[in-house]
Design a protein around this ligand. Structure first.
Ligand SMILES: NC(=O)c1ccc[n+]([C@@H]2O[C@H](COP(=O)([O-])OP(=O)(O)OC[C@H]3O[C@@H](n4cnc5c(N)ncnc54)[C@H](O)[C@@H]3O)[C@@H](O)[C@H]2O)c1
Length: 451
């Protein structure tokens, strides 16, 4: 794609962003301004928020926050003018003018009344940013992968403990009502019987794995790039490809889904073996193909879990599957993917009659819809109805809501993904790269996951 068409695409997405936010509720903020309800005075429940890193994910988080009542952006920090402008313009349009910073230290020195800071910078600077914010007395929501360096990830957890501030890691499936529903069906209703295997994949085509460009008028000069640790604009934009900045595709994509293995199986793995390499591309460092097999030992018996991330084919897209002796469940953050296959000998659930049926891979499947499970009376469960509503929100919103609810009421609201869990996931995920490099199976010890 040419730089011009990329810029046009950005402009387009900016318009789409504003339109969709207005349609889905962020417009309420504007209406409040217009009617004078939001006077700029901080209400008791309002939270002042800053963000470091307003690239593509930073903007997704901003869009989700605009739908959460009482969240007021005060400051935006990014080393790149393009990202600074993008985010500050959007926030201004939604009645939240912000101070803009290039350097986070400057932001922390000047913005004394921030309650919380979101961090959506590349993985290699998460620890530096998180630790500084926690030490400055701010609660932190930090994107996954927590860090590409486990020593630094551990320091993040320790600093959160020392400062008594909250640290939520952005594994947002942990707050997704569809995943909660699936987990309950597996754990409580035992719809899979004994879970025996799990599978996950995130496959992206060559077209989805191309080099990212930038509008030429926003090229950063060499001195600024160097100051912030980048050798070139190509490295800066495509940081995911390089070992210094990222844990590669297994961390970028796999971490979301391997986190679900740990969460749903309610334990960490015992071993991992993996194969992978840079089989196709010449312009990057990290592997484009990885296939990993974990062995878990939950109380009910061994579970083997296969995970693959491929950057040369979009075949099958992205999803997770859990298989047991009575059925299989397939789920994805893509809301169009969610099914349950029951083995013929397994017990039939009363809610099956009302659930939608689909044919998948030549078999009859039941679509996994929240709210489809019912009480014996035939009435829908109140909690299920609420979850059904929450499942319509943008995928990051419930995780952010959980974070802000905990900031407001830390005694009564638990984080769904505190630093400790982010660390367990990072240990589970990053060991795959070692297994690929060493071409052998590696053991995990229980202490490996502890901080
Ligand atoms: N939870 C999810 O679903 C999800 C999805 C995508 C990305 N992410 C995570 O979000 C983070 C950002 O990813 P992205 O896709 O937005 O990347 P990106 O390259 O689009 O954005 C990164 C931004 O950080 C800025 N930046 C870089 N170094 C900085 C520094 N030292 N100080 C301040 N700003 C700096 C860049 O200028 C850029 O604007 C990553 O950790 C990624 O893993 C999470």
């Amino acid at each position: 794609m040419s730089d011009k068409s990329k810029t046009e695409k950005s402009e387009l997405s900016r318009r789409d962003f504003i339109r969709s936010a207005a349609v889905t509720g962020a417009g309420v903020l504007l209406a409040q301004n217009a009617t004078g309800q939001d006077t700029g005075t901080k209400k008791v429940d309002d939270l002042n928020v800053g963000i470091i890193g307003t690239g593509s994910q930073g903007r997704v988080l901003i869009a989700a926050c605009l739908k959460i009542p009482g969240i007021r952006y005060k400051a935006v920090c990014d080393i790149w003018k393009y990202s600074q402008k993008y985010a500050s313009n959007i926030l201004k349009k939604f009645g939240q003018p912000v101070n803009v910073y290039q350097d986070y230290q400057d932001m922390l020195a000047k913005e004394k009344d921030l309650d919380a800071i979101l961090i959506a910078t590349p993985d290699w600077v998460h620890a530096e940013h998180t630790i500084a914010c926690l030490k400055a007395g701010k609660h932190v929501y930090c994107e996954k992968e927590m860090s590409n360096d486990l020593g630094k990830a551990k320091q993040m957890v320790l600093t959160a403990r020392e400062t008594g501030k909250l640290l939520q890691i952005g594994h947002q499936r942990r707050s997704n009502p569809r995943y909660w529903h699936a987990k309950r069906l597996i754990e409580k209703d035992k719809i899979l019987g004994r879970v025996t295997q799990a599978y996950g994949q995130w496959n992206r085509s060559v077209a989805q794995s191309q080099e990212l460009g930038w509008p030429k008028k926003y090229t950063m000069d060499e001195a600024t790039l160097k100051k912030y640790g980048y050798d070139s604009m190509k490295q800066f934009r495509n940081w995911r490809w390089f070992k210094k900045y990222s844990g590669g595709a297994i961390a970028d994509l796999g971490s979301h889904q391997i986190d679900i293995f740990n969460w749903f199986l309610a334990t960490e793995p015992k071993t991992v073996l993996a194969s992978g390499g840079l089989d196709y591309y010449k312009n990057r460092e990290w592997y484009d193909t990885i296939m990993a097999i974990y062995q878990y030992a939950p109380p009910a018996g061994t579970v083997r879990a296969f995970y693959q991330v491929l950057n040369t084919t979009s075949y099958g897209g992205y999803y997770e599957a859990f298989m047991g002796d009575e059925g299989s469940l397939v789920i994805s953050e893509d809301t169009s993917v969610g099914y349950f296959f029951r083995e013929v000998q397994a017990k039939r659930r009363e809610w099956e009659d009302d659930a939608d049926k689909v044919s998948k891979m030549g078999k009859n499947a039941i679509t996994l819809k929240i709210g489809e499970t019912r009480k014996k009376s035939g009435k829908k469960d109140e909690k299920a109805l609420q979850m059904e509503e929450d499942a319509k929100k943008p995928i990051h919103q419930p995780h952010l809501e959980n974070f802000f609810a905990a900031v407001r009421d830390p005694k009564n609201v638990k984080l769904n993904c505190p630093g400790e869990i982010g660390y367990e996931t990072a240990v589970t995920v990053l060991r795959v790269n070692t297994a690929v490099a060493e071409q052998k199976a590696l053991d995990f010890k229980p202490d490996d996951f502890k901080v």
